[in-house]
Design a binder for this molecule. Structure first.
Ligand SMILES: [Mg+2]
Length: 271
């Protein structure tokens, strides 16, 4: 049986330009996926509200993964009535993997005290500070503050990340690093959520071939969980060291330009 293609993609720095957040360069490949009826599943560190905003902007109707694999949201009816979810909310079935945000906030305080580092999470920042750090509008920043499973933070001095990681691990939590922020999470990563959605697709629609696109360390678990891992370059043309991933494809350009080229090659059967 022919395997259906499913494309998982990071947003920031991958489908969206690192600086401008534009997806226009990816448009020809987005149109080609739409035409071929291939699901595009966003897999991001963004919150549900932010991701829903980008889904609307891209007219995307597929499931999506938020907050570094903290939860997967599946539109009601997408997989039929027998699909099992942890909860239902706002027209979605929700699979939850992360720990509650209030727990992460308490833990960040303890890590700050233990390390003496000036760590500042989104929960410590004003809307204006978040907007400035992320290059967001005020409205974007408000959506980014509505967190449920992942606390982005700054304030790690050069070379001291291992200390933060040790303190987080002592509390049973993990640190993952994205393009702009480190993130405190509890048990979730993008790969776990990608595998859970893959199972739902296979149970409901038959065998699949999965593609994943990302640019940062927090994308590695996703790239490990897919059949075709694709790494897009950083804006300076460099890239993350991910040579340990079998079958890794490196897109020729950064962000949405690399995304377009890689996806068109997959659709053309070259990859
Ligand atoms: Mg990224």
């Amino acid at each position: 049986m022919k395997r259906r293609l499913i494309v998982y993609s990071d947003l920031d720095g991958t489908l969206l330009d690192h600086r401008t957040y534009s997806f226009e360069p990816a448009r020809p490949a987005l149109d080609a996926l739409l035409e071929a009826g291939i699901p595009l599943v966003f897999c991001t560190s963004k919150t549900r509200l932010e991701t829903e905003h980008w889904r609307r902007a891209l007219a995307n109707v597929h499931p999506f993964i938020v907050e570094n694999g903290g939860a997967a949201f599946v539109p009601e009816g997408y997989f039929g009535p027998e699909a099992r979810f942890d909860k239902r909310a706002g027209g979605f079935g929700v699979l939850e993997f992360g720990r509650p945000y209030s727990e992460l906030r308490r833990a960040l305080e303890r890590i700050r005290a233990a390390t003496g580092l000036p760590l500042r999470g989104f929960g410590d920042m004003t809307v204006e500070e978040i907007a400035e750090h992320a290059g967001f509008t005020r409205q974007d920043a408000e959506r980014a503050m509505m967190r449920e499973y992942d606390e982005p933070f700054i304030g790690v001095e050069e070379g001291l990340l291992p200390r933060v990681v040790r303190e987080a691990e002592a509390l049973g939590l993990q640190i993952v690093s994205g393009g702009r922020f480190h993130h405190l999470v509890g048990g979730n990563d993008k790969g776990r959520a990608v595998r859970a959605l893959r199972s739902l697709y296979e149970e409901n629609r038959g065998p699949v071939r999965t593609v994943g696109l990302g640019d940062s360390a927090n994308d590695l678990p996703m790239l490990q969980a897919v059949d075709v891992p694709i790494l897009v370059r950083k804006p300076d043309g460099g890239r993350l060291d991910a040579t340990h991933l079998p079958g890794l494809v490196v897109a020729p350009y950064a962000g949405p330009d690399g995304w377009r080229e890689a996806v068109l090659r997959v659709l053309g059967g070259v990859i």
